[in-house]
Design a protein around this ligand. Structure first.
Ligand code: PEP
Ligand code: MG
Length: 317
């Protein structure tokens, strides 16, 4: 069954004018069969939290390495972006977090927490470097990229890139999911090899609305032009610095918003594997000029609903 999937001729993500836009999978475990079958060209976000959640102690390097080898082995020669642990008081770990923060989304989470418990970060980077070396030695290595979550300053970027380099990680980047990072994307990309925009958190922090709180769920809309303007900052910075800018939040799974994100400068899109087919079809029907026109229209809207309508009319003109 897996062989059938692998041999099915799935087209690569590209715009109607031929501009390639790699379409990648978001994964929360190393089980990659579905993503491969649905034509993922690699992994744009590997959430490593599954290894840590519910544990009393951090997983060993050996345990982590086995999971990373399985993942890398499933995508020979393909890009695989692994995110280091993104924990915080909303999903606390006994060995990492103080579970009593009043505002967990604004607390010691993501890279901030790893920096405060640097051994955990060093062990994770060790396991990733070992898995990378082992899968390459076996002839089936992937193109490993590693990124940090919840980066909010340039100095955090410098810190992460330099510690990743200590372990021989060739491609080290950061997630842009806090407005400060989007606004300083040009400075951040002077240090990082790539940026990946997490639109879920970027929306939460831009609209100041807890993404887990039902009463403010209406604010959690990545179509909001304030969010799109921040994405544009990152896209422009990527163009100026020649560095890749991916999207790995849920926004990339919306076929029309995917077009707008490309128009704003995204160079790859990562999503739940089940969304790949519709996004692939949507991009294939759109030129880069169409995408830029849709993006321009959405940027000048006053709210999320009108941004969507404006993009729709611009894209189908
Ligand atoms: C995001 O914030 O958009 C993201 C991709 O990370 P997560 O959803 O895991 O916070
Ligand atoms: Mg996030």
């Amino acid at each position: 069954e897996r062989e059938d999937a692998a041999s099915a001729p799935l087209t690569l993500g590209a715009l109607a004018d031929g501009t390639p836009i790699p379409l990648l999978a978001n994964l929360g475990s190393p089980d990659a069969a579905q993503a491969v079958a649905l034509g993922a060209e690699g992994v744009g976000l590997f959430r490593t939290e599954f290894l840590f959640l519910g544990q009393q102690t951090a997983p060993t390097i050996t345990q982590q390495r086995a999971a990373y080898e399985k993942l890398l082995g499933a995508f020979p020669g393909k890009k695989v972006v692994v995110r280091v642990l993104d924990a915080g008081a909303d999903k606390p770990l006994a060995f990492l977090n103080d579970a009593h923060e009043e505002n967990p989304a604004l607390g010691l989470r993501g890279l901030r927490a790893l920096r405060a418990s640097e051994d955990i970060l060093r062990e994770q980077l060790t396991a990733l470097a070992e898995a990378d070396a082992a899968t390459r030695a076996a002839g089936g290595g992937a193109d490993l990229w590693v990124m940090a979550p919840m980066v909010s300053t340039v100095s955090e970027t410098e810190y992460f890139v330099s510690i990743a380099r200590e372990y021989g990680i060739r491609t080290a980047g950061v997630m842009v999911e806090v407005p400060s990072s989007a606004l300083l994307a040009d400075r951040i990309l002077a240090h990082a090899d790539f940026a990946s925009i997490g639109t879920n958190d970027l929306t939460q922090y831009t609209l100041a609305a807890d993404r887990l709180l039902g009463s403010v769920a209406a604010f959690q809309d990545p179509w909001h032009p304030a969010v799109l303007r921040l994405v544009r900052e990152v896209g422009d910075a990527g163009r100026r610095t020649g560095k890749p800018v991916g999207i790995c939040g849920e926004a990339a799974a919306d076929p029309l918003l995917a077009v707008v994100l490309v128009g704003l400068g995204a160079t790859s899109l990562s999503m739940a594997p089940t969304a790949l087919a519709d996004v692939r079809a949507s991009l294939a029907a759109t030129t880069l000029d169409d995408a830029r026109r849709a993006a321009e229209a959405a940027l000048t809207a006053e709210d999320a609903a009108s941004a969507r309508h404006a993009a729709e009319s611009a894209a189908t003109r």
